[in-house]
Write a protein that binds this ligand. Structure first.
Ligand SMILES: [Zn+2]
Length: 290
């Protein structure tokens, strides 16, 4: 570099550098080689720093995962010391919760996916595992099963052509929901209309014990799924929720990134299966001792 000139632009004075061509041409090949090597060395160092950082992150994650599992293990040990069935139920509920989140994860992925069929198997797999676990949890003495049905006429309606026409004719004054509400009796009787009155109904299972220090779990199973293996709603207590609570009440959540590492699919699957067989063996031994 030979000189620095002032450069006026946008009312500001900027400095820029003038290079002397003859100086550039006079740089020796050795000098260039030296710079090249220095640059290579720099790249290599920052790469190995990156690798080191990644391995540190892995180490931190592994540590975090170990801490979580140790903490959780101690909690279940405490509960099992109070009562074996209590411990077995909570352990099962805990892993069912994570299975439920993996199911939700794949369900949401499938909903936005361009290749939804690839996600179907996984969604079905996790939901069937959850179903199996719920089937066990409802038999626990600390499991409380109830039924939720929204106030009528909250239904899922798909109208036949005839009734759709009828609604269109009236739609200047009536919204779809209003029309369904007003014509409800007629629509239910129609063979072509699909009126699902139970679409928003669900089974609500709560795992709760005064011995568990405020620790509770709640699981929701849609009526269409639960009716295959859970009791007739007629024999169950009703649970009521306000409209505001309904969203959170009805839908579980997906997983956060860090949770996907701590509660990996493999870990959740293995632990849930372990918790199910543990629950069964505790339940069977309790029956024997009764
Ligand atoms: Zn109809």
């Amino acid at each position: 570099m030979v000189e620095t000139k002032e450069f006026h632009k946008y009312g500001k004075t900027l400095l820029y550098n003038i290079y002397d061509d003859s100086a550039i041409q006079s740089i020796s090949p050795d000098q260039i080689e030296f710079w090249r090597n220095a640059h290579k060395q720099h790249v290599k160092e920052s790469r190995s720093k990156g690798a080191q950082k990644a391995s540190e992150t892995r180490e931190i994650r592994r540590q975090k995962r170990d801490d979580v599992y140790t903490e959780v293990g101690e909690k279940f040990k405490l509960l099992s010391d109070i009562n074996e069935m209590l411990g077995a139920t909570y352990l099962l509920a805990f892993w069912t919760l994570w299975a439920s989140r993996w199911a939700k994860e794949y369900q949401v992925k499938r909903a936005v996916s361009k290749t939804p069929h690839l996600q179907t198997d996984k969604t079905a797999y996790w939901y069937s595992l959850k179903k199996e676990a719920i089937g066990l949890l409802v038999t626990s003495p600390v499991g409380k099963l109830s039924f939720y049905e929204p106030p009528k006429p909250k239904v899922r309606a798909s109208l036949c052509e005839f009734h759709r026409e009828e609604w269109r004719d009236s739609s200047l004054s009536l919204g779809f929901g209003e029309f369904v509400e007003q014509q409800f009796e007629q629509l239910v009787r129609c063979n072509e209309c699909e009126i699902d009155q139970m679409y928003f109904a669900l089974y609500f299972l709560e795992i709760k014990s005064p011995l568990a220090d405020g620790w509770t779990f709640s699981f929701h199973t849609p009526y269409s799924v639960g009716s295959q293996f859970l009791p007739d709603p007629a024999v169950l207590p009703r649970v009521f929720h306000t409209r505001e609570q309904e969203g959170m009440f009805r839908f579980g959540r997906t997983l956060q990134d860090v949770e996907k590492i701590i509660y990996s699919e493999r870990d959740v699957k293995r632990n849930l299966q372990g918790a199910m067989s543990n629950y069964l063996s505790v339940a069977n031994s309790q029956e024997l001792s009764n």
